[in-house]
Design a protein around this ligand. Structure first.
Ligand SMILES: Cc1cc2nc3c(=O)[nH]c(=O)nc-3n(C[C@H](O)[C@H](O)[C@H](O)COP(=O)(O)OP(=O)(O)OC[C@H]3O[C@@H](n4cnc5c(N)ncnc54)[C@H](O)[C@@H]3O)c2cc1C
Length: 429
């Protein structure tokens, strides 16, 4: 049995930052990760909004090795049907200048870079060990257990990602709800040198991201395609309940997605380098786990910090910020020799003052909006029909736009239904 001031479970973004923050204050910190190295077990699309990382490591993009891939200055949001795409295409030159808005990242590079920061600050790395359980005394968490080994600490930070098996065991978490459980699947595709720049018309470190709604097998969920330096990241987050209802596997749906004519030309000739999948809890504000208790704090996606707006997918900046705040809270508790729940409430207060809980509360209507099945079939169909009519010309006398508009929704959704959905979308956004 060993003893530290703080044990951090999971060397993802939340865990590495929590360990870094506490270790640089001179506390004895151990960072435990089940993967043989940080980044080997994580699944993430990989679009990182930079603000939270920039606050910790200003100009991180200039470091060697560089932890990030491309500065995203072109954001394309597309509604897909099997052969069409109706897109909003937003280019912003400011986004590819310091301090940058968002970078594409590969977690196999970012996580080891961040873990190295924690190690350099003094955190002790223990990799290749899966923590099985928490050690409790009189209901108070006093350490962690892996097999017969125990590590004891004043504060345990649980940053084990969205499965959150340990965090779920601490208190009474919300009952599982099949409507808010999703599965994420992702591939990294390698392209020959120079090909990413050529296909996406990129200059320097600039990059493009596609977010898509609708199409593969009408399963509820969305997809993404991000440009990295010499690779592409492509994937989907799909509603579990919808997958089961349609009777398709996520691997089939991903294959179908890759074949979409808008995407397949971008992926042509690529080599599959990585393939991963995981569980995603998309519940948002109403489904957060208890964030702290006697002797422990929960950070990152283990707590349920994830925000999917349909056009942005955010979990990594929430993980970084909550990891930093968890690290700072744990330091105060160790120094005060009081790791009780009463002392650790300051974690929640600090999260409420940060963007983490402010944004999750402000956008608490998102998950309900994205449970609307018309978003994935009916509305992409209506939009693309309208645009097809507007652009298609065969010399037979093009109908007036008003007529096209009426034809695009007739038989698909009533005007009242569309107006109601539009109201719900705008209220949530
Ligand atoms: C398909 C998909 C696409 C996504 N795309 C984006 C995106 O583009 N942008 C964005 O911001 N967010 C995205 N997210 C969300 C984002 O990936 C997560 O919010 C983020 O990774 C959470 O970081 P974390 O540190 O909390 O957890 P994780 O990154 O999951 O790290 C948890 C770590 O804990 C380790 N661990 C787990 N259990 C144990 C155990 N018992 N013992 C020891 N170690 C353990 C794991 O191996 C892992 O290394 C996406 C998620 C998915 C699934």
């Amino acid at each position: 049995m060993e003893r530290f001031d703080i044990v951090v479970v999971g060397a993802g973004l939340a865990g590495c930052v929590a360990a870094y923050t506490a270790a640089r204050e001179g506390l004895q910190v151990v960072l435990v990760e089940r993967g043989s190295q940080p980044g080997t077990k994580t699944v993430s699309g990989g679009l990182l909004y930079t603000h939270a990382l920039g606050r910790l490591f200003p100009k991180f993009w200039e470091e060697e090795p560089c932890p990030v891939e491309r500065a995203i200055d072109r954001n394309v949001v597309s509604f897909l049907t099997p052969t069409r795409a109706a897109s909003l295409d937003y280019f912003d030159a400011e986004f590819s200048r310091p301090p940058f808005n968002a970078f594409s990242v590969l977690r196999s590079r970012l996580d080891p870079w961040l873990a190295a920061k924690a190690e350099a600050a003094g955190a002790v790395p223990v990799y290749g060990i899966k923590i099985d359980d928490l050690v409790k005394e009189n209901g108070h968490v006093v350490g962690i257990r892996a097999g017969d080994d125990e590590i004891r600490a004043d504060v345990v930070i649980l940053s084990e990602g969205s499965n959150a098996i340990l965090a779920r065991g601490t208190a009474s978490p919300p009952k599982p709800d099949p409507h808010v459980v999703g599965v994420g699947v992702k591939q990294v595709i390698g392209l020959p040198p120079g090909e990413v720049e050529r296909r996406f018309q990129l200059r320097g470190i600039s990059g493009t991201q596609y977010t898509t709604i609708g199409f593969p097998s009408d399963v509820e969920g969305g997809g993404f395609l991000y440009t990295n330096r010499e690779t592409l990241s492509i994937g989907l987050i799909l509603g579990m309940e919808s997958l089961v209802r349609k009777g398709v596997s996520m691997f089939e749906v991903l294959e179908e997605y890759r074949q979409h004519p808008l995407l397949s030309r971008l992926l042509d000739g690529g080599t599959l380098l990585e393939y991963s999948g995981c569980f995603v809890e998309e519940g948002g504000w109403g489904r957060l786990l208890p964030l702290f208790g006697d002797g422990y704090l929960v950070a990152g996606s283990a707590a349920g910090f994830f925000l999917n707006s349909g056009f942005t997918l955010r979990g990594m900046d929430f993980a970084l910020e909550s990891g930093r705040i968890a690290g700072e809270t744990a330091v105060r508790a160790v120094r005060a020799k009081d790791p009780s729940a009463a002392s650790l409430t300051s974690y929640r207060t600090a999260l409420e003052q940060s963007f983490v809980l402010k944004e999750l509360r402000a956008f608490r209507g998102y998950p309900a909006v994205f449970r609307n099945p018309r978003l994935y079939g009916t509305y992409p169909e209506i939009l693309t029909r309208l645009l097809h009519g507007a652009f298609f010309t065969d010399g037979s006398g093009r109908p007036h736009l008003r007529k096209l508009l009426a034809e695009s929704y007739r038989g698909r959704a009533s005007l009242t239904r569309i107006a109601r959905d539009a109201w719900k979308f705008s209220s949530a956004l």
